[in-house]
Design a protein around this ligand. Structure first.
Ligand SMILES: C[S@@+](CC[C@H](N)C(=O)[O-])C[C@H]1O[C@@H](n2cnc3c(N)ncnc32)[C@H](O)[C@@H]1O
Length: 258
């Protein structure tokens, strides 16, 4: 795995953060060193997907990057079909190489799509699981409702949307604390203060986090009858949103017959 030194020197990405070839080449290392408990979150996403996947349906990963989530899930769900969307060609190239290496290229389809673009060009046919792991935060706020409505409308009954995103807290002092703890985490993982501040500047207008309550309200107003957090580490959170018209049934009753 190539080490992430994108922000270590020079005026890297001064124009703003992009999922360029330079980023895609080191992306797996970047995620492991920049997203707290990344492996555990991936495991939880896998666990939730296994519990909610409906036989005969497909799993979609929006902003699939290097296809990490789909490769892990393909092992757990041997009968599922997968589609990964991304708008970064370098990411798609890496995903393609990883799929070839793991022998899942026949079960996982990669497609180019812009989540800010025409959603008609991003069909989510026969979906029971849609994953957006660290991607919704990069979608322009103006386009988030339309995207979520498209996902809700496309999902099968009892299907789920799984989201992981950076979040803001309700109070500014707490926000400061959490972000400082996060920067300490990055320092512990070998990033210098210069790298941390350069990346923060580059992400300034590209990554726009919402508060947890804003996210939950947004998921609900776009149809999701159930929207809950399943994970939080300071300013990072995971959301599980279920399309369930009949909310009288509890977790697991559908898929596990408990
Ligand atoms: C932080 S990465 C996601 C990481 C990945 N889901 C994971 O958990 O390993 C965000 C991904 O979303 C993609 N992305 C960002 N904006 C996008 C857009 N408007 N349309 C499609 N993909 C987008 C990026 O190219 C990148 O691969």
């Amino acid at each position: 795995m190539k080490r992430d030194e994108v922000f270590a020197q020079g005026p890297a990405q001064a124009a703003g953060f992009e999922f360029s070839k330079e980023v895609a080449d080191v992306f797996d290392d970047m995620l492991l060193r920049s997203v707290p408990l990344y492996s555990e979150q991936q495991r939880m996403i896998q666990e939730i997907s296994k519990a909610f996947w409906l036989p005969g349906t497909a799993v979609y990963d929006l902003g699939c990057s290097t296809a990490t989530a789909m490769i892990s899930l393909a092992r757990d769900l041997p009968d599922a079909r997968f589609v990964g969307y991304d708008n970064s060609h370098p990411m798609i190239e890496h995903a393609r190489a990883n799929l070839r290496e793991s022998s899942f290229e026949n079960r996982v389809e990669l497609r180019y799509a812009d989540l800010n673009g025409s959603l008609g060009e991003m069909p989510l046919t026969n979906a029971s699981i849609v994953i957006m792991s660290w991607t919704l935060q990069f979608v322009r706020p103006l386009n988030r409702d339309n995207l979520l409505r498209h996902i809700y409308d496309s999902l099968a009954e009892n299907g789920v949307l799984i989201v992981a995103d950076k979040v803001l807290t309700n109070s500014s002092p707490m926000n400061r604390f959490f972000i400082d703890f996060y920067y300490d985490y990055k320092r512990r993982n070998g990033y210098s203060d210069l790298e941390i501040s350069r990346k923060r500047e580059a992400l300034e207008n590209a990554l726009i986090p919402y508060r947890i309550d804003e996210n939950l309200v947004m998921f609900r107003r776009n149809g999701f009858e159930i929207a809950e957090t399943f994970f939080q580490w300071y300013n990072f959170a995971g959301f599980l949103c279920v399309k369930r018209s009949d909310t009288s049934t509890g977790r697991g009753e559908r898929s596990r017959g408990e």
